[in-house]
Write a protein that binds this ligand. Structure first.
Ligand code: DAH
Length: 341
């Protein structure tokens, strides 16, 4: 009998020696120690076949075997789990001395840079910001701006209509009406935003951005407009830049002007940028038409005002020497990241 016990112990040791995985070791443990099906439990059942006087001695050695096996498997389990943990740690080791992947900071889009710069300049002169809706009523975009339905000036802008009455605004000038309808002068607002026109070439895009300015108060004149535009032009293009007003036409201003700046590239002598004229056109402006003031309930015999509107992309292209407006919308980070000072 003792021989049989000894053999079982050797068998367990031999089987365990060949195992390198804690899950397999658990299976082996079950083979011997499982309460019902384990081989050591089965030995106890053999007790029935022994003579009663031999039973206590047999019970003792089987119990010893069981105690030994319990300790043995606990030790084996600890050994294998320690080895497995060491292996896992080695595989997950990181080299903290390795150089990190470079993390490139984002850059502001040229449009955003120009818009921020303009907002800074005009806020410094007391302007506040008004943002109107991109989907606009025909009334705000055209009619109230002295451009009724059959007015030929509607052809100046090719409009995307959403319905007979709703359209994608073609100009931030629509904001002028919204502001004057709700507020009596003094008014001094700057209105940035996206505008839309069916227009597409190297300098025009169906969606672009404008910045509108409106000042209404007692005694406002064209001189006030030019004074403010001088501050704007010198801040954006350089302190020696001059402005020039040329007669033009917009239905919502009378008189209307086109504003040029002296060429900041050649100083006015004539170059490719200014097409040898010494001047570059930057925006449209004028004195707010009496009819527009009347449409908004502002008395044109008491108040006068000026308005101006400029294209942000146009200013960005001029300032940064960007040759095609599409470069501003293609999202090529190599292009867009160059302009942050
Ligand atoms: N809304 C005009 C355009 O999109 C620009 C403009 C011209 C705005 C004269 C004005 C202005 O406020 O007075 O072409």
């Amino acid at each position: 009998m003792e021989e049989q016990i000894k053999a079982m112990r050797q068998k367990i040791e031999a089987a365990a020696a060949a195992i390198t995985d804690s899950k397999e070791m658990y299976q082996l443990r079950k083979q011997y120690l499982d309460n019902k099906a384990g081989q050591i439990s089965a030995l106890m059942k053999n007790m029935r076949d022994l003579a009663p006087e031999d039973r206590p001695a047999f019970g003792k050695i089987v119990n010893e075997l069981k105690t030994w096996a319990l300790d043995f498997f606990t030790a084996q389990d600890a050994r294998l789990k320690a080895a497995e943990l060491a292996k896992k740690n080695a595989a997950e080791q990181i080299d903290v001395t390795m150089p990190a992947k470079p993390h490139k900071a984002g850059a502001l889009h040229p449009n955003t840079l120009i818009a921020n710069e303009l907002i800074d300049i005009f806020a410094g002169m007391g302007f506040t910001i008004f943002e109107g809706p991109e989907i606009e009523n025909d009334y705000y975009n055209f009619t109230a701006l002295n451009t009724p339905k059959d007015h030929p000036a509607r052809d100046m802008q090719d409009t995307f209509y959403v319905s007979p009455e709703l359209l994608l605004r073609t100009q931030t000038s629509a904001g002028q009406i919204r502001v004057m309808e709700k507020n009596q002068p003094p008014i001094k607002i700057l209105s940035p935003g996206k505008v839309f026109r069916s227009d597409d070439d190297a300098t025009h895009s169906p969606m672009f951005s404008q910045m509108e300015g409106l000042v209404v108060d007692k005694g406002i004149t064209l001189c006030d407009l030019q004074g403010m535009l001088d501050v704007f032009a010198q801040n954006v293009f350089g302190e020696n830049v001059k402005t020039r007003l040329r007669p033009s036409y917009f239905p919502f201003t009378e008189p209307s002007v086109e504003v040029d700046v002296s060429c900041f590239e050649c100083g006015g002598k004539g170059c490719r940028l200014c097409k040898d004229t010494g001047w570059i056109e930057v925006l449209g402006a004028g004195m707010v038409n009496r009819k527009v003031l009347e449409n908004c309930g502002v008395d044109p015999d008491v108040y006068t005002g000026f308005a101006f509107g400029m294209g942000i992309e146009r200013i960005a292209m001029l300032k940064y020497g960007i040759p095609n407006i599409k470069m501003l919308f293609e999202s090529d980070v190599r292009v867009l990241s160059q302009f942050n000072e």
